[in-house]
Design a protein around this ligand. Structure first.
Ligand code: SAM
Length: 292
């Protein structure tokens, strides 16, 4: 009897396919060489699939999270932008980020003394450390503290304050839904030092514009300085992806801070112009698209 295929996978003419069900009228198919890992954790369905186009990929509840081929783009941009804005980040909190890719980027800064990585699902860290070293980098830096807890609970009433909080969450469904609430952003504000800042991925300006606008406005209601930036993530629906920064004080990046950092995507020019947004996005979030 042929083994039952895991959910989200199907066979077509003998080939194995992952179908990412982005929405009713948009599905993305990835041809798969091998199921490297598959199973349910206490929070979600977890897979590591070896794909023809993107190498090994982390898939949570059927959604591609990060891959060996393009994971560095997202992980570099969400980490190096805020790290080039804060003049001396020493304490960094990462919420989510179980693939360890963002933590790997933060570790490149010698001035950072402590990185708390608060991931709800230990299984994600385990499988990424074992099967996705291109992203996780076999992270074993003594500055990183792995805390397996819901990020919403962790940020409530904490005494230790941080210079930078990076919310590297999955999409606002399942366990990550709470990480898009205004009350969560308020908790982050309370957890930041007086000159601290936060950054989060704020979804697609093409396919999730309402969530993107809502995220930007919720953060803007709380933080004195709020900016949005973008990058292209080939394995995310539509490619173009948004990120939102909320800051208590600093908002202008120092591009020279990435000059000595080992990166594949981010460079001084990208950091220098990082807040240049396409006109349609300026209209979406009602910010001026002129240089002022
Ligand atoms: N960089 C990729 C992206 O943005 O899609 C991957 C993000 S990382 C894999 C997202 C992580 O957030 C997952 O490992 C998931 O388990 C974790 N997560 C979801 N909800 C969470 C919560 N409430 N608290 C802490 N971690 C959470």
């Amino acid at each position: 009897m042929t083994k039952k295929l895991p959910v989200y996978l199907s066979k077509n003419n003998g080939d194995l396919w992952l179908t990412e069900d982005e929405r009713e009228d948009l599905k993305v198919n990835y041809r798969i060489k091998e199921i490297v890992f598959e199973g349910y954790s206490d929070f979600q369905h977890v897979m590591i699939l070896n794909s023809y186009c993107f190498g090994n990929m982390l898939v949570l509840d059927g959604a591609v999270q990060t891959t060996a081929i393009d994971g560095y783009i997202y992980n570099e941009i969400i980490a190096h932008v805020p790290l080039s804005i804060h003049p001396d980040p020493q304490r960094v909190l990462i919420i989510g980020g179980g693939d360890c890719g963002v933590a790997k980027e933060v570790c490149k800064y010698n001035g950072v003394k402590l990185i708390d990585l608060v991931e709800i699902d230990q299984k994600v860290v385990e499988v990424c450390q074992k099967y996705l070293p291109e992203v996780s980098g076999n992270l074993s830096d003594s500055r990183v503290r792995f805390i397996y807890e819901d990020g919403v609970n962790f940020v409530r009433n904490k005494s230790l304050k941080y210079d930078l909080i990076i919310v590297d969450s999955s999409d606002p469904v399942g366990p990550a839904q709470v990480l898009f609430e205004k009350s969560f952003y308020q908790s982050l504000y309370n957890l930041l030092r007086n000159n601290g800042l936060m950054v989060c991925q704020s979804q697609s300006p093409i396919f999730h514009s309402e969530i993107m606008k809502q995220t930007f406005n919720r953060i803007k209601d709380i933080f004195p300085k709020t900016k949005m930036f973008t990058t292209i993530v080939p394995t995310y629906p539509g490619g173009l992806w948004s990120f939102t920064i909320g800051s208590k004080q600093y908002i202008n990046p120092d591009p020279t801070k990435v000059r000595q950092i080992d990166t594949y995507y981010v460079n001084e020019q990208i950091i220098k112009h990082i807040f240049s947004l396409p006109k349609f996005m300026c209209k979406q979030i009602k910010v001026s698209h002129s240089n002022k």
